[in-house]
Write a protein that binds this ligand. Structure first.
Ligand SMILES: [Zn+2]
Length: 95
């Protein structure tokens, strides 16, 4: 019986994205409250740190083997170690 192929893709980590958004909100709220040079510096550092952040590896197998449909998915962020996994199996003939 044929085994399913493994696919890997890189994308953004939802946890890191959320933290980046919160950080940007904090920086934006400091506008007018900190010296303009400091505000520019914080914004530059934020955009520099956000550049090219595709750190989430998604690995999955999906398809029908015999009469079983399978999904085996896992994701891991190399920045914050956040992980997610999902596994599903179903008999396609309803047995
Ligand atoms: Zn992350």
């Amino acid at each position: 019986m044929k085994e399913l192929d493994i696919y890997t893709e890189w994308t953004n980590c939802p946890k890191c994205e959320n933290e980046r958004k919160q950080k940007l909100t904090l920086i934006e709220h400091s506008y007018g409250k900190v010296p303009p040079e400091e505000y520019s510096k914080m914004l530059n550092e934020y955009y520099h740190a956000s550049y090219g952040h595709m750190k989430l590896t998604q690995t999955y197998k999906q398809g029908i083997v015999g009469n079983i449909y399978k999904v085996d998915f896992s994701a891991k962020c190399s920045d914050c170690d956040w992980t997610f996994s999902y596994y599903f199996m179903k008999n396609v003939l309803g047995e």
